[in-house]
Write a protein that binds this ligand. Structure first.
Ligand code: AMP
Length: 407
């Protein structure tokens, strides 16, 4: 089915065409008619499935032309707010609809000026939006469509009270769209408070890893992690690599050491100033930086075309973050590789991740790297090269368990 058959407005169809999309993704096929129908929606879909357009296109069709502020989209991070606002702007370029992004860390001047000119769509992070609501610069009385995006992450970040407050300030008569990668009970509770008779759309299994990503574990001793990272960077033929660290401090440290090894590196985490965050992301997107070191919060949902590799320097703390992190590569059907460096200390985390995604992650050993302690031994008989593995790499079946047992 094409976008044409989905009853989108002429100007939105032109916007979609200009964006270069030809066929709707599965979530777009299911969500667009539901949103156009005016009812509430709960959609669970992985990032990278095209969910932004799944709500932006029908919303723009419903809005038609410029008028009052009728749409509010809540996002957990500044980067996502900026990214989603840009998507709205792109799709709306053949109409007079005006979106604005509202987030913290930058001055109030430009945002106030845009609000004063009149906007149709506000894409905001909860904190800064609340500032404007309290001072009366923004009113939500004409909101007819409320979108809560990445709800699970928004709640993880402690935004629940303020999100509830914002929902309560919207008119009761409205359409509410709810997007969350996972819908555990505490999120279902927010949904039942915010939504009425929602249509449910579930795309794939929220726990699954994007099929276009080849992923693998690299067992290594803790003290050799950085050396293995360097060796991997040297071996792989990458366009751009996203490296994940558990902590902000860790991210800074990895970046410093990578710089010392002559890599061009950007850093993205919540302790950096908004200008630094914007510069890091823009530089990574443009290719100025070949590597970006990030924490989970900063990188959730970020869409960077051409991320060829994701390297989990640290194993993610929460199993669902594994899915999100490696979803940064292989987006929109490109093929990507995602590697996780695993120290023996992380054995339990890996077990939880494998249970969560319902599959075993293959283990690899980097040929030519001088492993000290704890490196998996090459298996005696089974040596299989797999699609996407690196030259000289060997896939090990179960070697990680063997080396755990040896400890
Ligand atoms: P999202 O899940 O909304 O972050 O989208 C992930 C990526 O897929 C973005 O780069 C989108 O521009 C791209 N995308 C979304 N829908 C389509 C489509 N129908 N055809 C091609 N690319 C798409």
């Amino acid at each position: 089915m094409s976008f044409k058959a989905l009853n989108l407005s002429e100007s939105v169809l032109r916007g979609v065409q200009a964006a270069g999309y030809t066929d709707p993704t599965p979530i777009q096929l299911r969500a667009i008619p539901a949103v156009l129908g005016g009812g509430d929606l709960i959609a669970s879909a992985q990032t990278g499935t095209g969910k932004t357009a799944a709500f932006a296109l029908p919303i723009l069709t419903r809005l038609g032309t410029h008028g009052r502020t009728r749409v509010l989209v809540l996002e957990p991070t500044r980067e996502l707010a900026a990214q989603v606002e840009t998507a709205f702007r792109d799709f709306a370029r053949f109409s007079d609809i005006r979106p604005v992004a509202i987030f913290g860390g930058v001055g109030y001047g430009n945002q106030r000026a845009e609000l004063k000119r009149g906007v149709d769509i506000i894409v905001a992070t909860p904190g800064r939006l609340m500032d404007y609501l309290k001072e009366g610069t923004i009113s939500l009385r004409d909101i007819s469509i409320l979108v809560l995006d990445e709800v699970d992450r928004m709640l993880d970040m402690g935004f629940l009270p303020v999100v509830k407050d914002i929902i309560a300030r919207c008119p009761r008569e409205r359409q509410t769209l709810f997007f969350s990668a996972t819908v555990p009970p505490e999120i279902a509770a927010v949904a039942s408070f915010a939504l009425r008779n929602p249509t449910r759309v579930e795309i794939g299994v929220a726990r699954s890893v994007t099929a276009s990503v080849n992923h693998a574990l690299y067992p290594v001793a803790m003290e050799q992690k950085f050396d293995l990272l360097l060796a991997l960077l040297e071996k792989i033929n990458f366009d751009s690599v996203l490296v994940f660290s558990r902590t902000k401090h860790g991210a800074d440290k990895i970046a410093r050491r990578l710089k010392a090894a002559n890599h061009s590196v950007a850093v993205l985490h919540a302790n950096r100033s908004q200008n630094q965050r914007i510069e890091a992301l823009a530089g990574f997107k443009s290719g100025k930086y070949e590597v970006m070191v990030a924490t989970d919060i900063a990188a959730r949902g970020i869409d960077v075309a051409g991320v060829s590799h994701v390297i989990n320097y640290d194993v993610p703390e929460k199993p669902e973050d594994y899915v999100h992190r490696i979803g940064r590569t292989g987006r929109a059907q490109a093929v990507g590789d995602a590697f996780t460096l695993v120290a023996p200390e992380n054995a339990n985390d890996i077990r939880d991740i494998q249970r969560f995604i319902g599959q075993k992650i293959p283990e690899l050993r980097l040929e030519g790297f001088e492993y000290k302690a704890f490196a998996p031994r090459p298996p005696q008989a089974e040596q299989t090269r797999t699609r996407g593995s690196l030259p000289g790499q060997i896939r090990h079946k179960g070697s990680f368990n063997r080396y755990r047992q040896r400890r």
